[in-house]
Design a protein around this ligand. Structure first.
Ligand SMILES: [Zn+2]
Length: 152
C-alpha cells in the first residue's frame, strides 16, 4: 500500500457537502445490501494477476482498490463494481457524489457535451488537423467535457 492513509477506513479525503454525504450513504447501503457487487480484475493491459495494492479507497472514503501491475507498470482499479453496479452508480449517484449538487444525469451530460463543443473543440481545432483519420484514447474523462472547468 502506498500509505496507511489509503487503507479502507470509510473516511473521506476531503470534506463532503450534504449531497455528497447523502450519495455516499446511499451507495454504502447498496453495497451492504448486496445490490452493488464487486469484481476482481487482472491487469487490463497484460492480463497479469501479479499486482501491488496501492489503495483500498477513493477520495470519498468508498471501497475502491487500485493496484500497480508488477508486470507492465499499469495502474488500474483491481477491485471495482461490476458493470451492472456501475450502471446504477453513474445514473443515480455519480453527479451528487462527484460535483456535490444534484443536477441529474441528463443535465450533467448535456453540460459536459456543450463545454466540449464550445470550449475544448474550438481550442483543439487550431492545433489538430481533423480532416485526417484520428484515433483518440481518453481515459477517465467522464463525459469528455471537463465539467469542473466549465463551472469556473
Ligand atoms: Zn500489466
Amino acid at each position: 500500500m502506498l500509505s496507511s492513509r489509503f487503507k479502507f477506513d470509510g473516511k473521506e479525503c476531503e470534506e463532503l457537502n450534504e449531497f455528497q454525504i447523502k450519495a455516499k450513504k446511499e451507495i454504502l447501503e447498496k453495497i451492504d445490501s448486496g445490490m452493488y457487487q464487486f469484481e476482481n480484475i487482472n491487469c487490463p493491459i497484460c492480463k497479469s494477476d501479479n499486482k501491488k495494492e496501492i489503495s483500498q479507497k477513493d477520495k470519498y472514503g468508498l471501497p475502491h482498490e487500485i493496484s500497480l501491475c508488477k508486470n507492465c507498470g499499469f495502474l488500474y482499479a483491481s477491485k471495482r463494481l461490476n458493470q451492472e453496479s456501475y450502471n446504477d452508480f453513474y445514473i443515480h449517484h455519480f453527479n451528487d457524489l462527484d460535483i456535490g449538487y444534484s443536477v441529474g444525469f441528463d443535465e450533467s451530460f448535456k453540460s459536459q457535451y456543450n463545454n466540449a463543443k464550445n470550449s475544448i473543440y474550438p481550442f483543439l481545432k487550431d492545433e489538430i488537423d481533423f480532416s485526417r483519420t484520428l484515433n483518440i484514447l481518453e481515459v477517465g474523462c467522464s463525459s469528455g467535457g471537463q465539467y469542473r472547468c466549465s463551472r469556473n
